[in-house]
Design a binder for this molecule. Sequence first.
Ligand code: ADP
Length: 476
Amino acid sequence: MSGRKKRAVKPGIRAQVLVGFTVFTALIVALLWFFQIGLLNTFYKAIKTNEIRAVSNRVVSMLDDGASMTDLIEITYSTNVSILLADKNGGSISMSPNAQGSALERFGNLDCRRLFLEVKAVGGSVLEDNLEKTPGGDASILYARTVTLSDGQELLVLLLSGVVPVDSTVETLKVQLWCLTGVMLLLALALALFIAARLSRPIEQINASAKQLAQGNYAIRFPDSGTREVSELAGTLNYAAEELSKVEDLRRELIANVSHDLRTPLTMISGYAEVMRDIPGENTPENVQVIVEESNRLAELVNDLLDLSRLQSGAQKFTPEVFCLTEDIRATLHRYDKLADFRFPFEADREVYVYADRLRISQVLYNLVNNAINYAGTEKVVSLRQVAGNGVVRVEIRDTGEGIPADQLPHIWERYYRVDKEHRRAQVGTGLGLSIVKNILDMHGGRYGVSSTVGQGSTFWFELPEYRTDNTGNAG
Ligand code: ADP
C-alpha cells in the first residue's frame, strides 16, 4: 500500500503574506500616482474655478451695493484675481491695477461689447473660459459675467485668475514618487518576511512534532509559542498526545494481562489432558475436575472481557425495571450456601425497591461479594447491610480480610488493576470485576466507594435512588 495520497502543493504562509503585502503596497502606490500625477491638473483647475466664482459673487454683490472699482481693489489683492468692468456697450471700461500687463488689457470696447452679447446670449449670465492657449499670455482662467444692477444698469464683469503651470510640479512629484515606491516596496518585503516568519515558525514546529506523534512517539510535547491561536492548538495537541499515550499504555497492559490470564488456564488444561492421555491411571475424577475448573475460569475471563468492552463501548443496552433490591440481595447470598465455611450475615432496615437494570445490579453484587470472599482472610465472614433514607438506598459489603493500602484505593476501579501485581495463582479474580462494577454504577448514576484498613478489612458500598410507591402510585 502506498499510504498517504499525494496532495497538491498549497502556497505557504510566507508566500501568502509576501504576495498580500506586495499587492497592498502596489495598490497604495498606484493610488498615490493616480491622485498626485494623473488628477493634479484637474483638481487644481476645479479649485481655481470655484475660487473665481466665489470672487465674482462677492464683486457682483458689492457692485449692487454701489461700490466702484476703488472699493474692489482690496479683493483683487487678497485673491490675486484681476477685474475688468464695462457697460453693456463695451464703454467706460475700468480695470483693477493688477490687471496691467495681463490678458485683460487686450480687451477693447468692441471686444467687451461682443463678449457682453455673447454671455447674455448663452442663456445665463455666466461664461467660463480657459485662456491657457492665449498666445503669449500666461495660463489663466477667465470668467465673464453680465449683471443688471438694482438701478437697471447692465454691466460686463470680467475676472482673470492666473494659473501656475503644474508641469514642473508634476515632474518633481514623479521623482519623489519613484523614490517612495522603491522604499515602500522594500519596507513591505521586510515586514512581510518578518510577520511570515513569526506566524509560520511555530506552526512548522508543531507540524514536525505532530509527525512524530503520528509515528507513535507519544512522549512528544508541542511547543507553546507564537500567537494565542497557535498556543491553544499546541495545548490541545499536548492533551491529545497525553490521552493517546494513556490509551497506548492501557492497550499494552491489557494485551499483556489478557494473554497472561488466557495462557495460564490453557497451560493447565493441556498439561492435565496430556498427563491423562499418556500416563495410565491418571484419568482420575480429580484431574478432570482441574480441567473443568480451568475451563470455567477461562469462560469467566472471556465473559468479563466481553462485558466490560460492551459496557465501555455503550453497546450494552440499559434496561431498567422496578424490582425489590432487598429480595435480590437475599437471592444472591442464597447462591453462596454451598460455601459451608463462610457466613453471610445480612442486615436490612426494610424492603426497598429500585428502578434499575436488574441483571447488571446482580452482577455488581456478585463481583463485590466474590471479592470479599477472595480477600476475606481467616475469619470467613462477609457482612452485608442495607440502609434506606432520603430517597437513596445504600448497600455495604464488608469483609475482615487483608484490606487495601490507602494509596491503592483510587486505582482499584481501573481495569486490570491489582493491589498484588504478581498475579498469584491463588488469586481467583480476573482483575476486571471492580471495573465492571464501576461501569454499571456509572451507567445508573449511582455513587459508590470503599473504605479500608490494612489488616482489618474493607467495606465496599454503593447507592441507588430508591423507588417509592406512594399513595398515587408514582415513583418517588
Ligand atoms: P480481581 O479480579 O483481581 O479481584 P477486581 O477488579 O475485582 O479484580 O479488584 C481489583 C483489585 O482490588 C483486586 O486485585 C484486589 O487487589 C483489590 N480488592 C478488591 N476487593 C477487595 C477486597 N474486598 N479486599 C481487599 N482487596 C480487594
